[in-house]
Design a protein around this ligand. Structure first.
Ligand code: ATP
Length: 313
């Protein structure tokens, strides 16, 4: 599906139309269009290999597209040049800093690349690394390294910030620290383009989510708009051993799927009847409905319903 660029309520800081990038036979980006509203977190959500990084690299000026149009800061550009780069910030997926530099030195070094930059002291505060100012990069934890990388991405006080998978591999506390920094950025007027394959990250941070798969945008909207596509469905999940089989006779409006670790997901349009049926099944089969939860659909369920696959395969 190709999503046409549409006029949005808030002015778009960036518009992309029919972007294409092939690597040999691989159609990494296959006709992608979207508009990024100002002062929002705009997220490209998709599994590994969906084309998110390639799309970002084109918009960051690291790669050239085979075809397509890019409009940024109100101007149509053939490719992202030096003048545009002064106004954007980039967190690369695999950023590594010299391990024997100190945190403050890394920020000073990157500040020197720009005509106008914020002071290292300001950035240390913004990413909560003041206590680590004199620490060597190699002594930082994964979360601290990532906060330093975000500090570097913000050093030129950019209007538009690209964050490519900012929390991959981080523990839950470190992820939440990064989320709070990202939320603070939009509150101060910055626009963020984020990529992630974590549906909870997309749901928590984004105003707009573009779901990508196989180089294409397959759905776009607010997290609520996307999940409401699944209608009034409710999902009941519990853990049961494989030999328990799957509950039968729950009615027509129910989809039952088995996931990792014995997780059984029952999607239902009639919660009361489904719960009654599950309790009957539990009583007659002797299998407990272990760790049972009842929840509304999330973006993972949207992806599953669109592609038949899970985001994190
Ligand atoms: P990930 O989350 O793993 O980074 P992604 O959604 O960012 O995935 P891309 O990295 O853009 O996806 O990759 C899209 C497709 O293009 C994949 O099939 C990938 O193997 C391929 N690809 C990416 N970079 C190159 C390259 N430099 N040369 C050849 N193929 C590439």
């Amino acid at each position: 599906m190709t999503t046409e660029v549409s006029e949005m309520d808030s002015p778009a800081l960036m518009k992309v139309s029919n972007l294409v990038k092939h690597y040999g036979d691989v159609r990494a980006v296959d006709g992608v269009s979207f508009a990024v509203p100002k002062s929002e977190v705009f997220t490209l959500l998709g599994p590994n290999g969906a084309g998110k990084t390639t799309t970002l690299e084109i918009l960051e000026g690291i790669r050239e597209a085979d075809a397509g149009e890019i409009e940024i800061f109100g101007e149509r550009v053939r490719r992202v040049d030096r003048a545009v780069k002064e106004r954007i910030g980039v967190l690369l997926q695999e950023g590594n800093f010299e391990p024997y530099l100190r945190v403050r030195e890394v920020l000073s070094l990157f500040a020197s690349f720009f005509r106008s930059a914020r002071s290292p002291a300001e950035m240390l505060k913004a990413v909560a690394l003041e206590e680590k100012a004199n620490a060597l990069v190699k002594t930082l934890s994964g979360g601290q390294k990532q906060r330093l990388a975000i500090g570097v991405a913000l050093i030129n006080d950019p209007e538009l910030v690209f964050l490519d998978e900012p929390t991959t591999g981080l523990d839950p506390q470190a992820r939440r620290n990064i989320w709070s920094i990202v939320s603070g950025l939009t509150a101060s007027g910055k626009t963020i383009i984020l990529t992630t394959h974590y549906m909870d990250e997309a749901e928590t941070l984004s105003q707009t989510v573009c779901i990508m798969d196989h180089g294409k945008v397959i759905a776009e909207g607010t997290p609520r708009e996307l999940t409401s596509r699944l209608g009034q469905d409710t999902i009941v999940e519990f853990v049961a051993p494989a030999e328990a089989g799957l509950p039968a006779a729950l009615g027509d409006r129910v989809r039952v799927a088995r996931g990792e670790g014995g997780l059984v997901s029952v999607t239902t349009g009639d919660l009361v009847s489904t719960l009654a049926g599950l309790l009957d099944w539990s009583r007659s089969s002797g299998h407990a409905l272990a760790e049972m939860t009842v929840r509304q659909p999330n973006l993972e369920d949207v992806f599953l319903s669109l592609t038949g696959r899970r985001l994190r395969a």
